[in-house]
Design a protein around this ligand. Structure first.
Ligand SMILES: [Zn+2]
Length: 405
């Protein structure tokens, strides 16, 4: 067997860096275009370079890149949106998928502030361009002004999505690239980074924690990354709803949130649209309302009546088992171990959607550490929430967990 054919220079990808950003940095080192790097220099002359490298690039390309750079294919995949399936996306929504069913399960199947079912129904099929949860109609092109000052730093994949306001490391707002570049060219100075204040800083920290460790320590309990993104998406939907058609509790809760956020109710929306169809300014206002809601629930000033609401307020009594804590050493030394574990669980989840035995085993595994029936039910609800049929998921009693009360 011949030794791997390494490129002489191959800097490691940065934490959460997108594949396109890393490839741009590599190509710049060799003074090549990304296309040339991926065809001639990768020995893949016939490769059709994908229009967007961050979606779902061909496995053959990732394997060849892994050989030239020593970065594992699983790590490279995790730098693309395909690598965030099924935590962030149920599926990549590129192949055949049912938009309405996805919306009903991912968004409306969960609830945070409002009682389950109170959000009602909406037809997402009216928006032909709706690409699924978090898939924006227009991809954002934002950078952190502090990161951009360092040519060895890349861009995070999550900056392209309407999910975060700022760079967690530098605690400053991400800026649109077109806004940034001319100002550098004009006066040679970069714009002053604008700090991200509370409550948005906490929201950004939760999402960053989810992406780097797979868990989010919320005031009520630590939730799995898959639960966090469904919780946040459901919350963003709730704050976008009309106040007048809610219950009294729902209406006063939403009023309080918008008042505290100091923004017009519903971010000025007059008719409902899925989050992904809105412009970034409106999305940002909704993220602000969602962050305000998290703060108000945690401090007990509003009550979250939804299925996932209990995760947001501190528990009155500390539970015996409060979930797996993230590594105290930080996420990065274990980054690859996490990616590997993720790939395995991903495969199990995909199989469990159509295979009863796998679903049963997955539930049994996931609930091994559960000491109460309540926790067991939450894990079971999580699996249901990511598309595993309810009748594939046995009850605690059916699984022989008579120890749970
Ligand atoms: Zn930064």
């Amino acid at each position: 067997m011949s030794p791997p054919r390494r490129w002489p220079l191959h800097p490691r990808p940065g934490p959460l860096e997108s594949l396109s950003s890393w490839l741009e940095r590599l190509a710049r080192l060799y003074n090549l275009s990304v296309k040339d790097l991926l065809t001639h220099n990768l020995g893949l002359l016939d490769l059709t370079v994908p229009a967007d490298l961050d979606h779902d690039p061909p496995a053959m390309m990732l394997a060849a890149l892994a050989e030239r750079t020593g970065v594992e294919p699983a790590h490279l995949k995790a730098m693309t949106l395909a690598g965030w399936e099924p935590w962030l996306f149920d599926t990549l929504y590129l192949r055949q998928w049912d938009a309405q069913a996805t919306f009903d399960i991912y968004v409306r199947g969960n609830s945070v502030l409002l009682a389950p079912g109170e959000a009602g129904t909406n037809q997402v099929s009216r928006w032909r361009t709706w690409g699924g949860p978090w898939f924006p109609v227009r991809w954002l092109n934002r950078v952190c002004p502090a990161c951009a000052a360092d040519l060895d730093r890349g861009k995070a994949l999550v900056w392209r999505l309407p999910l975060m306001i700022g760079c967690v490391e530098h605690r400053c707002r991400l800026e649109d690239t077109p806004d940034l570049t001319p100002s550098i060219a004009l006066d040679g100075e970069r714009p002053q980074p604008i700090p991200v204040d509370e409550p948005l800083a906490t929201l950004d920290r939760y999402t960053h924690e989810a992406l780097t460790t797979g868990r989010v320590p919320l005031p009520g309990r630590t939730v799995h990354v898959g639960v966090w993104f469904r919780l946040l998406r459901s919350l963003l939907d709730e704050v976008s709803l009309a106040l007048t058609t809610r219950s009294t509790h729902g209406r006063t809760t939403l009023e309080q949130i918008w008042q505290s956020a100091g923004r017009p109710e519903r971010a000025g929306l007059t008719s409902w649209r899925p989050y992904e169809q809105l412009d970034w300014d409106t999305q940002e206002a909704l993220l602000h309302a969602a962050a305000t809601a998290l703060q108000l629930v945690a401090s007990g000033r509003i009550t979250a009546r939804g299925r996932l609401g209990s995760a947001l307020r501190p528990a009155p009594h500390r539970p015996v088992y409060d979930g797996d804590q993230p590594s105290p050493h930080g996420p990065f030394p274990h980054h690859n171990a996490w990616q590997e574990a993720m790939a395995e669980v991903e495969a199990a989840i995909t199989l469990a959607r159509t295979d009863r035995d796998t679903a049963r085993q997955l539930l049994a595994l996931l609930t091994l550490g559960c000491r109460t029936l309540d926790r067991f039910e939450k894990e079971r609800a999580y699996l249901f929430g990511i598309g595993i049929p309810a009748d594939f998921l046995p009850s605690a009693r059916e699984l022989g967990r008579v120890d749970l009360a």
